[in-house]
Design a binder for this molecule. Structure first.
Ligand SMILES: [Zn+2]
Ligand SMILES: [Zn+2]
Length: 386
């Protein structure tokens, strides 16, 4: 088995002209580690450009809208008497909650009305429609035709600077073949709740499933926060969960020997031996608070490392690189605003983020867009009411 793997990797190496010895050229990424249930085709090694401008080789994984046999949901409960998934509430009484009557009525008392007088929850399928009221529970139906392409450097390179992982920033690719993103957008920003299931995942407006957590160790979070919730996916706190987009592996909250990891850095990573790398490697660990992901990346990622064939959403040709569609960075109404201003959604989002984001400097943003302040104010969607 080992020999087969060697031969295959060596073959890929020679295809792209690498003459490096096996041990250093293939020390890190195991291209056979991503689940066959998720792969559209065999992974290959391609040339790629890293974020620091260096040429490198990357593994190109093409995965399905979601792996075969993966059970997902529930996300939004139809009625407050039912139980939905989970939500990490960052307003008053902040914390991780099951989306149920207790939680939704607490939000109601804070002015966020997610259900009607019969207790029916406002739900929007953001793949096909726009939310009609100020506070809706967002969930998207899947698009079974969508494929996602992920590029991960074969030989991870540490960067001098760490890169923070903000809202829906790209974190990595799980060994199950599910992409991982940082925090889902806050209800405080959009008025809407892109509900997560009990494994911390949901469907992007583009129609594909992804996680906002270390799903194979999320029960440790529930335990830590005294919540009676369980993810149906097999849990193992010491197992490798994913490759981060910089190529370094992400493990659960414990070391191989069951001990707590020691000496973790600001990104929740450190150097040490793991089951897959007994010689030692830089790796990240999950935490036991939600979202239990590394908060920054220590290595260099590849440019254009995530794309989808979806019509909208993160990684689509039309969508912003880090957002896209309601529930994912671009607030509802942004498409219209961009059209009015004669720019793309992506360009508009960039100008807004460059000029203060939520605390927007209207005059600076208007200047960058070449419009007047009034034109910009009139074009932008009104902030959500609650
Ligand atoms: Zn998401
Ligand atoms: Zn460790």
């Amino acid at each position: 088995m080992k020999l087969v793997k060697f031969t295959r990797q060596y073959w890929f190496a020679s295809m792209v002209g690498f003459a490096l010895p096996f041990s250093s050229a293939w020390a890190n990424i195991d291209i056979d580690s991503i689940s066959q249930d998720a792969l559209v085709k065999d992974p290959v090694i391609v040339e790629c450009t890293l974020d620091n401008g260096d040429s490198a080789s990357c593994v190109k994984f093409v995965v399905k809208y979601q792996p075969d046999n993966l059970e997902t949901g529930p996300f939004c409960p139809k009625n407050i008497d039912e139980k939905g998934g989970v939500w990490n509430w960052d307003g008053e009484m902040a914390g991780l909650y099951q989306i149920d009557k207790g939680f939704l009525s607490m939000l109601d008392s804070q002015g966020y009305h997610f259900y009607d007088q019969d207790g029916n929850v406002n739900i929007t399928d953001v793949r096909t429609t726009q939310p009609k009221s100020d506070n809706t529970c967002l969930q998207a139906s899947v698009d079974k035709t969508v494929e996602m392409t992920v590029l991960i450097p074969v030989n991870p390179v540490k960067s001098d600077q760490v890169s923070d992982l903000g809202t829906v920033a790209k974190v990595g690719l799980a060994l199950d073949g599910v992409p991982i993103f940082a925090d889902a957008p806050s209800v405080l920003d959009t008025g809407h709740m892109p509900a997560l299931d009990e494994c911390g995942g949901h469907v992007d407006p583009g129609g594909w499933y992804h996680w906002h957590s270390t799903a194979t160790d999320i029960d440790s979070v529930y335990k830590n926060e005294h919540l009676d919730i369980e993810c149906g996916i097999k849990q193992k706190a010491s197992a490798m969960f994913a490759y981060a987009f910089d190529g370094f592996p992400i493990y659960g909250s414990l070391e191989q020997d069951g001990k707590m990891p020691a000496g973790l850095d600001i990104c929740n990573g450190h150097f040490g031996p793991t089951k897959e790398h007994p010689e030692g490697i830089y790796h990240y660990h999950a935490s036991t608070t939600f979202p239990n992901l590394p908060t920054c990346l220590h290595g260099v990622v590849a440019k254009q490392n995530f794309s989808t064939t979806a019509k909208q959403g993160i990684g689509s040709a039309n969508g912003p690189g880090q957002g896209g569609g309601p529930g994912h960075g671009t607030p509802p109404g942004f498409d219209k605003a961009a059209k009015t201003l004669g720019v793309t959604e992506k360009e508009l989002m960039k100008v807004i983020m460059d000029n203060g984001g939520r605390k927007l400097d209207i005059s600076a943003a208007a200047k960058d867009l070449g419009v007047t302040e009034t034109q910009l104010k009139n074009a932008l969607p009104k902030p959500p009411r609650h």
